[in-house]
Design a protein around this ligand. Sequence first.
Ligand SMILES: Nc1ncnc2c1ncn2[C@@H]1O[C@H](COP(=O)(O)OP(=O)(O)OP(=O)(O)O)[C@@H](O)[C@H]1O
Length: 463
Amino acid sequence: MTDDTWGQVCNELQKAVGQNNYTTWIAPLELIDLEDGIASFQAPTKFMCDWVSRNFAEPILSELRRAGVSAERVNISVPSRRPMNGTANGATRPTVPAPAPAAPVAKPRKTPRPDEPLPGAPLDSRFTFDSFVVGKPNELAHAAAKRVAEGGPVTFNPLFLYGGVGLGKTHLMHAIAHDLQHQRPDLRVLYLSAEQFMYRFVQALREKQIMDFKEMFRSIDVLMVDDVQFIAGKDSTQEEFFHTFNALVDQGKQIVISADRAPGEIKDLEERIKSRLSCGLVVDLHPTDYELRLGILQTKTEAYKSEYPDLKIAPGVLEFVAHRITSNVRILEGALTRLFAYGSLIGREITMDLAQECLKDQLRQSERKVTVEEIQRKVAEHYNVRLSDLVGPKRLRAIARPRQVAMFLAKSLTTRSLPDIGRRFGGRDHTTIMHGIRKIEELRGTDSQLAEDIELLRRLLES
Ligand SMILES: Nc1ncnc2c1ncn2[C@@H]1O[C@H](COP(=O)(O)OP(=O)(O)OP(=O)(O)O)[C@@H](O)[C@H]1O
C-alpha cells in the first residue's frame, strides 16, 4: 500500500469516525506493514492499543477495503522499545498523516508514575466528615459518600451527588478525598472541578500532550469531578470526559460526580453521558430543614467558642437565625461569621436585638418573595379550579370564592398595590379587589374550613 492510499484512507476515516476521534485515536497510529491480508499498526500505549482495537478496528478495515486494499484483519500492537524516529526495527515507515496543520513540537511523553502528584484541585482542610452535620435532607448523600470513602470494592459507579447551591456537595467530595488519603494512601485519588478538567484538556491539546493527559486520567483509582454541569454544551470536553469515564468504569475504578441538578435535567449534555451518569447511585441533597440548619449553627458556634471562649451568645439567637435564613448553608455560615465578628468587635453578648440589627440585610434578602402568579397557581390547585377561570370573568361561587382567597393572599403576602393586583386578576378594578379581601376577612372569623385553607396555603407559599 502506498502512502497516498493510506492518506486517502485517513481522509475517509476522519469523515467516518469524526475529527475528534480521528485526532485522538487514529492519527497517533503508525502503519507498520500489510502482509498476508493483515494491516499492522503500532499504538503509543497499551491503553490506546486496546481501545483502538475494540472501537476502531472495524472502521479502519472497511475504509482500507473501500480504497481497494485487500485486508482481512487489523492488528494493533505496542512497540516493545520505541526509538525516537522510525519503528521498532529501525526501518522508516509511513506514519499516519496528521490532519491538523503543523503545531509546536510535542514535549517527550512520560508515563505517570504511581508516586507522581496528581494535578487536582487543593482540598479544603475544613471539609471533613467530622465537620459535616447530618440531617434528614442529606443523610443518604452522607452515607453514600462515607461508603466510597472506605475505599473498599466499588459498589455503585458513579456516585452522583446533586443539589442546589451551597448544600454541601463539595464538602462531601473533599471529605471522601481526605479519608481516602488517610486510609488508603496507596490509591491515586483525584478531585477537580469540571472546569479544571476542561482547562487541562484544552491545555493538553494545545501542547500536543493529549496522550499524557489520557494516560494520567486513566491511571487514577478514584476520580471526583465537581460541578459537571459545566461541560454541558462543550462538545470536545464532553467527548473526552465520556472516554475517560468509560475507561475508568471499565477498569473498575470509582468515580464521584457532582452537579447542580440530576443527570437527566442537565441541558446540552449528551444523552449517552446522561445515561452513563445515571447508571450508578444518584443521590440528591435536599434543601436544608430547620433542624439541620440549627445543627450546623450549633456545631459551628461550638467550634468558634473553643477558639474564642469569651464569645457569648444569648439563648434563642441561633434558633432565630435558623428560622429566618433558609436559603443555603453558605449564606447561613456567612451570617454566623458576621454575628461573631460583630460580637467580638463590640465586645458584648450577641443578643436577639443585636442579631436583628447585624443581619438586617441578610434577613431582608432571604425573605421569600411570593408572587401573585404563584398565589393564583397554588389557590387554583388547592380548590381544583382552572387558572384561567380564577383570573377570568366567571361569577360562579365555586370560582368566585377561591378567587377572593387568592386576592386576600396576594394582598397579605406581597407588597403589590390594589390596582396592581386588580390588573393581575384579569384587569379588575381595585374596588373589586378590596371587596374580595374584606369578604374573606369577614368569613375567616366564622368559617373554620376557610380559615384552615388560608393557613395551609400561606404555609405552602412561604415554605
Ligand atoms: N451539612 C453540612 N454541615 C456542615 N457544613 C456544611 C454542610 N453543608 C454545607 N456546609 C458548608 O456550606 C458551605 C457550602 O458547601 P459546599 O461548597 O460543599 O456546597 P456545594 O453544594 O458544593 O455548592 P456549589 O453548588 O455552590 O458548589 C461550605 O462551607 C460547607 O462546609
